[in-house]
Design a protein. Structure first.
Length: 323
């Protein structure tokens, strides 16, 4: 009996062959189990429902109510549809609206002019790995963790006419009579802007510091080889590389300027020189004379202003992503 191995059989034409690649068992292991699908659906579905229920539905309801006259007390059958009259009244016969719009624009320009530039300057300094840099970062970022309402309480201790630290300091140094920093409509907006800028600076510093850490070091090395100094390197190389951070700072600053409600409401409920659109919305919706429809129209105006900057931001980011 011969022990020589028999030659392999040639497959007959038409016989089935296993396709190359993963085995059916391996392919089956790639499929999600029912529990995985349920968990994935909950992880995606619950946040989506929360966003729709807490953001989009209230926003749509606000837009609808802006075309109505309703005090918010009676039932839905008491709603009166009045078209665009709320918007017309806001722009023509509502005295606080023009000062509020102007104050919001001043707030926006002031946040860009001082805290944003100061935050960038601090970020550039801290990016140089100074001794005790972590301590400086903590000190400058500390106001960010405080709410604007708490910031208002803190700065009331500084700006108080009779017991304020600032008036006491000015009286000792220059014999200046007490100044009503929050009560004088000519200066109270700028006094509040100092308090808001104190909080805003730390946040901008952190954003720019994160952006500077992400800049490719080879860009700076190439600029140094070309003989560029620190200022020229920052303006010609580093700053253009911070475009995404600059856009984020733009959106954050616009949002902070438009939603600056807490601090002025704590001080004087947004009156007497501190009128802001967000404060007018609150006073009309939940004030003594509740006008939900008119307050909703003011909220829509604020929403439109926000969307203009957000759309510009998103479109710019998308153009940069597809280049």
């Amino acid at each position: 009996m011969s022990n020589a191995p028999s030659p392999p059989r040639n497959p007959t034409p038409g016989s089935a062959q296993a396709p190359p690649g993963r085995s059916p068992r391996a392919r089956g292991s790639m499929r999600h189990s029912r529990g995985d699908r349920i968990a994935l659906g909950l992880m995606l579905g619950v946040p989506a429902l929360l966003v729709v229920g807490l953001v989009w539905l209230p926003a749509m309801a606000t837009v609808v109510l802006s075309f109505t006259r309703w005090d918010g007390i009676g039932g839905l059958d008491t709603i009166e549809w009045i078209g665009t009259r709320n918007y017309t009244d806001a722009f023509t016969i509502y005295p606080p609206f023009a000062p509020a719009l102007r104050n919001n624009l001043v707030w926006l320009v002031a946040l860009f002019a001082v805290p944003t530039l100061l935050g960038m300057f601090l970020a550039v300094l801290l990016d140089r790995e100074l001794r005790g840099g972590s301590v400086y970062r903590s000190v400058f970022y500390m106001p960010v963790v405080l709410s604007l309402a708490l910031v208002g309480f803190i700065w009331q201790l500084v700006y108080s006419r009779d017991q304020g630290l600032l008036n006491a300091f000015l009286a000792v140094v220059a014999d200046v009579p007490p100044v009503d920093w929050f009560g004088d409509p000519e200066i109270n907006l700028y006094a509040v802007l100092v308090a808001a800028g104190w909080r805003h600076t730390g946040y901008i510093m952190l954003l720019y510091l994160a952006g500077l850490k992400a800049v490719d070091p080879s860009l700076r090395e190439a600029a140094a080889i070309d003989g560029a100094g620190p200022v020229r390197t920052f303006t010609r190389v580093v700053f253009p590389a911070l475009l995404p951070i600059n856009l984020v700072v733009l959106v954050v600053t616009v949002i902070d300027a438009l939603r600056a409600f807490d601090i002025v409401w704590i001080i004087n409920r947004g009156r007497n020189g501190l009128e802001l659109i967000s404060a007018l919305v609150t006073s009309n919706v939940i004030g003594e004379a509740s006008r939900v429809g008119f307050g909703s129209a003011l909220a829509v105006v604020m929403l439109v202003i926000s969307l203009v900057f957000i759309v510009v931001y998103v479109s710019t980011m998308l153009r940069g992503a597809y280049r």
